[in-house]
Design a protein around this ligand. Structure first.
Ligand code: C2E
Ligand code: CA
Ligand code: CA
Length: 870
C-alpha cells in the first residue's frame, strides 16, 4: 500500500525533474535558434575587431618609431647636409650615430631635396633587406609631396620576430621638404601583436604578397584584411573557425547554466506545491482506500458468516421492532424478511403455548435494557412449534447508552424433546417406582418421600406402624404364588379399608407393610388400629375354594417417644417389630426405652466412623470402565470403602448417611482422592497406564477454591482427573459462583461428569452451561434395561441428549453381557459394572488389568447390516 503511493511520489519527482530538464534544453535551443544570425555576425565582428586592433597596434608601433626618429630630422647638421649647405658629412654622421642598433636601426640613408643620396650609413654589413632603389623610391616620393607625413615599407624577415620596415621621414623646413631620412628598422612583431590567438592567425602582408593570395590557395572568405593606416601594408587574419565555435559553445554552456539556475526556483516551487496539493492528498486517499477495502472485506466475511449460521440472529430497535435478521430467520420460520421487518419478533414468533411467564420476563428485561437468556417456545409461519434457546443482549454506543438489541436463537427442539421424553418416562417410572404393582399401594420410596416431606419431624406427633405378615412364606410354599399374591392383595384391601383420612399405607417389602398415621394421631390410635387390623388379618381368607390363615406382627413408634428423625422413627418401629416377632408373633409392640438400644447402635456407628476417619480406615476401591465399542480400558472410578475393625469392609450405603449427618463426607472425599491419586501414580509407574480416574464429590468440595491446588500436588502424570457430581447438585446449585468454580476446574484440565443422570431434573440449559465431559446413567435405569420398555426409552432419550449436546455417556450397573451389547448398539460410549469387574482394592487392580483382554464383542445390529450387504 505504502509502496504504491511511495512510487507515485517518486514518479511525480521524476516527472518534475524531467520537465525541468526539458524546459532548460528547450530554452537553450530556442535561444540558439533565435540568436543564430546574431551569433554569426558577433563572431565576424569579433574577428574583424581583432584584426583592426592588430592593425592599430602595428600602426601605433610605426608612428612611435617615426616620433622617436623625428628629432633627428630637425638636426641642423643633417638638414645642412641635405640642402647642400655643406658637403662635409662628418657632423651629420655624428648626429646619426645616436641612433643605434639597439633601437632596431639597421641602416640609415639621407637624401637631398632632389632625392639623391647624400649619406649612407649601414650599421650591419649585409643585414639590409631593402636595396638602394627601394630606399630612393621612398625618398623621392617624400620630397615630391609637400608637407608629407612619414611613409613606411614592410618586408617580412627571416623570422617573424624580425619584421623589416623602411621608415621614410621628410626633412621639413618652413613648410618645404628639404630632403628625406630613410631608416631601415628591424621591429620585433611578436611584441606588437600576437601571432596566433583563439580567434585565428594574424600576419602582415605586403601589397605584393596580397596579390599572390590567390596563388597561395586562400579564398575570399578564408581571411580578413585590414589596411594598416596609410602605410599600404595589410594586416590579414585567418580565423580559426573551430575556436570561434568553441566560444559559441561556451556561450551556450553559460546560457544553459543561467537558464538552469533561473528555472530551478519555479520548478522547485512547483514540485513542492504539487507534493502538497496532489501527492499528499493522494497518499492519504490511498491509505484510507486500503483501510476501506479491509473493512469491507471484514464486513463481507461477517455477512457471510451470519448468512451461513444455523442460529437465527436478529436486531431490533429499542422498541423491539425488527431492523435486521439473517437468512436463518426465513429458513427456520418461513417468514420473508419484508413481511416481518419493523414488527416485534415476539409478536410473530410466540404463540398460544409460549410460556407467559417467560414472555413477561423477556418483556421486563427489554424494558430494563438488560440481557436475558431463556428457553422459549416459538412458532413457524405455518404454525409448527419449536424450541429456541434465546439470548438477547442490548448493545451500547460509544457513550454506553443502549441503542438496539441483538438476539441469537438456537434451535434446541431436539434436545428439548429428548428431555421431555425423559420427563415423561421418568414420571411413568416414578409412578411405577412409587407404587407396588401387585397391590397398588405406595411402595418404600413413596413412603420415604412422604416421610421426607414432613415439615418438622420433631414437631408433630407422628406415629408409624410396621407390619410384617407371619407365616406368609407357608402360603407361598403350600398354596403357590398366586395364593400368596391374593393374600397380599387382601391385606392391602384390609389396610386401605381400616386406615383413616390422611393415613398412608405402603408395601415396603415382600410381606412388609408400613402405616404412617396422619398428623395429630396418637400412639394409642396406632395401637387401636393395629389390634383391629390384626383381628381382620387373622380371619380366614378364601382363595379358589381353599382357606388360608395368616397372622401379622406390629411394631409401633411415635415421635413422642423421643424419636427425633424419620430414620429414628423407622428404626424405632423396626425395633418394636423385631421385638414383636421375637416375642412369638401376632403381637402389637410399641417402641419403648427398652428398644432404645437399636437406635443407640446407629449412634455407635457415628462415633466409630469419626474414629475410623482419624485412624485412616477409609480407602478407595476402584471400578474400571471400558469403551463400549472397542472394549478398551478407559479409566477408573474411585469408590470409598471402610475397613471396619470388626465388621469387615463396609460399602457407602452403610455409612454415608451417617457421614452426611456428621458432615464429614468432604473429609472422606479428600482422603479418598489423596490415596486414589497415589494408587494411580503407582499403577502408571508399574506400566499399567490409567487414562482417567474419577472421584465422587459433594458439591461443597467442588466449591472449595483450594481443591485444584491440593489435587495438583499429587496429580499422576498423563492421567486425566475427573469429578463426578450428582445430577441433583446441578438442580440445587445454580449459582454463578458454582459455575465459576466448575469452569475454573475445567480450565485447569479437570474433567467433570454428571452422576446418576436421569434421577433428577437437570435442565438442558443447566447441562449446556456446565458442559460436562460425560453423563453417567444411573444403574437403577441400566439394570432393568432388559425387562422394562420404559427404562429402554429413557436410556435412549439420554443418549440423544448426549448426542445433541456433544456430551459422552457412561452407563453404570452393566451387569450382563446383554446389557453391554444393548448399550453398545444404542451408541453408549463407556460401560462400567459387575459384568466387567466389581470395585476392588488398588493392589488387586494391577493384576486385573494385566489379565484383562478386551472381549471380542458381538457385532452391533448396524454392523451386521453392513456385513450382510457386502
Ligand atoms: P455411584 O457413584 O453411582 O457409584 C456406583 C455404585 O454402583 C457403586 O456402589 C458400585 O459399586 C455400584 N455398582 C457398580 N457396578 C454395578 C453393577 O453392575 N450393578 C449394581 N447394582 N451396582 C453396581 P457403591 O460403591 O456402594 O457406592 C454407592 C454410592 O456411594 C456411589 O454411587 C456414590 O454416590 C457414593 N460414593 C461412593 N464413593 C464415594 C466417595 O468417595 N465420595 C462420595 N461423596 N460418595 C461416594
Ligand atoms: Ca459415581
Ligand atoms: Ca451412579
Amino acid at each position: 500500500m505504502l509502496g504504491r503511493t511511495g512510487s507515485i511520489g517518486r514518479r511525480f519527482l521524476l516527472l518534475t525533474v524531467a520537465g525541468y530538464v526539458v524546459a532548460v534544453l528547450a530554452s537553450v535551443l530556442a535561444l540558439r535558434i533565435a540568436s543564430e544570425g546574431t551569433l554569426q555576425s558577433m563572431q565576424d565582428a569579433a574577428i574583424r575587431d581583432h584584426a583592426a586592433a592588430n592593425a592599430q597596434s602595428v600602426q601605433n608601433a610605426l608612428e612611435d618609431t617615426a616620433l622617436q626618429l623625428g628629432y633627428i630630422t630637425r638636426d641642423a647638421d643633417i638638414v645642412n647636409l641635405a640642402i647642400g649647405d655643406t658637403t662635409d658629412d662628418a657632423a651629420a654622421r655624428d648626429a646619426l650615430a645616436a641612433l643605434d642598433v639597439a633601437q632596431g636601426v639597421v641602416s640609415l640613408a639621407l637624401f637631398d631635396f632632389l632625392g639623391d643620396v647624400v649619406l649612407e650609413d649601414l650599421r650591419e654589413e649585409g643585414a639590409n633587406s631593402f636595396d638602394a632603389a627601394e630606399k630612393a623610391a621612398l625618398a623621392q616620393g617624400l620630397v615630391s609631396a609637400d608637407g608629407a607625413s612619414p611613409r613606411y615599407r614592410f618586408r617580412p624577415g627571416h623570422t617573424r620576430s624580425m619584421g623589416r620596415f623602411l621608415v621614410g621621414l621628410p626633412l621639413v623646413r618652413n613648410g618645404i621638404v628639404d630632403g628625406a631620412l630613410i631608416v631601415e628598422m628591424a621591429i620585433d612583431l611578436s611584441l606588437v601583436f600576437p601571432d596566433r590567438t583563439s580567434i585565428g592567425a594574424a600576419q602582415l602582408m605586403t601589397p605584393f604578397q596580397m596579390s599572390m593570395a590567390d596563388a597561395w590557395g586562400l579564398g575570399d572568405g578564408d581571411f580578413i584584411t585590414v589596411p594598416v593606416g596609410e602605410t599600404g601594408i595589410d594586416m590579414i587574419l585567418i580565423p580559426d573557425r573551430a575556436s570561434v565555435a568553441l566560444i559559441g559553445r561556451e556561450l551556450v554552456a553559460r546560457v544553459t547554466l543561467a537558464v538552469g539556475l533561473v528555472l530551478l526556483l519555479p520548478f522547485g516551487l512547483m514540485c513542492a506545491a504539487g507534493y502538497r496539493a496532489i501527492i499528499g492528498p493522494h497518499e492519504a486517499l490511498a491509505v484510507s482506500r486500503e483501510a476501506l477495502r479491509q473493512r469491507s472485506r471484514q464486513l463481507r466475511e461477517l455477512a457471510d458468516i451470519s448468512e451461513r449460521l444455523n442460529d437465527v440472529i436478529v436486531a431490533t430497535d429499542l422498541d423491539g421492532r425488527l431492523t435486521w435478521a439473517n437468512h436463518a430467520l426465513t429458513e427456520k420460520t418461513g417468514y420473508r424478511l419484508d413481511e416481518v421487518m419493523g414488527r416485534s419478533p415476539g409478536s410473530f414468533l410466540q404463540g398460544p403455548d409460549t410460556d407467559p411467564d417467560v414472555r413477561a420476563e423477556i418483556g421486563r428485561a427489554l424494558a430494563l435494557r438488560q440481557p436475558i437468556r431463556r428457553e422459549v417456545l416459538n412458532y413457524t409461519k405455518s404454525g409448527t412449534p419449536y424450541w429456541n434457546l434465546l439470548s438477547i443482549s442490548p448493545q451500547v454506543d460509544g457513550r454506553g447508552r443502549p441503542y438496539r438489541f441483538v438476539a441469537i436463537a438456537t434451535d434446541i427442539t431436539l434436545a428439548k424433546r429428548a428431555q421431555e421424553e425423559i420427563l415423561r418416562a421418568k414420571s411413568e417410572i416414578e409412578h411405577q417406582a412409587m407404587h407396588d404393582p401387585l397391590t397398588g399401594l405406595p411402595n418404600r420410596r413413596a413412603l420415604d418421600d412422604a416421610l421426607a416431606s414432613i415439615a418438622s419431624p420433631s414437631g408433630g406427633d407422628r406415629v408409624l406402624i410396621r407390619i410384617d405378615l407371619d407365616h406368609f412364606k407357608n402360603v407361598n410354599d403350600t398354596l403357590g404364588h398366586a395364593a400368596g399374591d391374593f393374600v397380599l392383595d387382601e391385606v392391602a384391601r384390609i389396610l386401605l379399608h381400616a386406615i383413616g383420612e390422611g393415613d398412608m399405607a405402603a408395601r415396603v417389602g415382600g410381606d412388609e407393610f408400613v402405616i404412617l398415621l396422619a398428623e395429630g394421631r396418637t400412639r394409642a390410635d396406632g395401637e387401636d388400629l393395629s389390634r383391629r387390623l390384626l383381628s381382620e388379618i387373622q380371619k380366614d381368607m378364601e382363595f379358589e375354594d381353599r382357606y388360608c390363615r395368616i397372622g401379622a406382627s406390629f411394631g409401633i413408634a411415635a415421635a413422642a417417644d423421643g424419636l427425633v428423625g424419620n430414620e429414628d422413627l423407622l428404626s424405632g418401629a423396626d425395633a418394636a417389630l423385631y421385638t414383636a416377632k421375637t416375642q412369638g408373633r401376632n403381637a402389637v409392640i410399641t417402641y419403648s426405652d427398652a428398644l432404645h438400644d437399636g437406635v443407640v447402635e446407629a449412634r455407635v456407628l457415628a462415633s466409630e466412623l469419626q474414629r475410623g476417619l482419624l485412624r485412616g480406615e477409609f480407602e478407595p476401591f476402584f471400578q474400571p470402565q471400558f469403551d463400549a465399542a472397542t472394549g478398551a480400558f478407559t479409566g477408573l472410578e474411585a469408590l470409598v470403602r471402610w475397613r471396619h475393625p470388626t465388621r469387615g469392609v463396609l460399602t457407602p450405603d452403610v455409612f454415608l448417611t451417617v457421614a452426611e449427618q456428621l458432615s464429614v463426607v468432604e473429609d472422606i472425599d479428600e482422603h479418598v482422592s489423596r490415596l486414589g491419586l497415589a494408587a494411580v501414580s503407582r499403577l502408571n509407574a508399574s506400566g499399567m497406564f490409567v487414562p482417567k480416574v474419577s472421584f465422587n464429590v459433594v458439591a461443597r468440595r467442588l466449591q472449595d477454591p483450594d481443591l485444584p491446588q491440593r489435587i495438583c500436588a499429587d496429580r499422576p502424570e498423563g492421567t486425566r482427573i475427573s469429578f463426578e457430581v450428582l445430577e441433583s447438585v446441578l438442580v440445587e446449585e445454580q449459582s454463578t459462583e458454582f459455575q465459576f468454580q466448575i469452569d475454573r476446574l475445567k480450565d485447569l484440565g479437570f474433567g467433570v461428569e454428571v452422576d446418576d443422570f436421569g434421577s433428577g431434573h437437570a435442565s438442558i440449559i443447566g447441562l449446556m452451561q456446565l458442559g460436562p465431559d460425560a453423563m453417567k446413567i444411573d444403574h437403577r435405569l441400566i439394570v432393568p434395561l432388559t425387562t422394562s420398555d420404559v427404562a429402554m426409552r429413557m436410556v435412549q432419550a439420554i443418549l440423544e441428549i448426549g448426542k445433541a449436546l456433544g456430551i459422552r455417556v457412561t452407563a453404570e450397573g452393566v451387569e450382563t453381557e446383554e446389557h453391554a451389547r444393548i448399550l453398545a448398539d444404542m451408541g453408549c460410549d463407556t460401560l462400567q459394572g459387575f459384568h466387567f469387574a466389581r470395585p476392588m482394592p488398588s493392589d488387586e487392580l494391577g493384576a486385573f488389568l494385566r489379565r484383562y483382554r478386551p472381549a471380542p464383542r458381538a457385532l452391533t445390529a448396524a454392523e451386521q447390516g453392513r456385513t450382510a450387504r457386502q
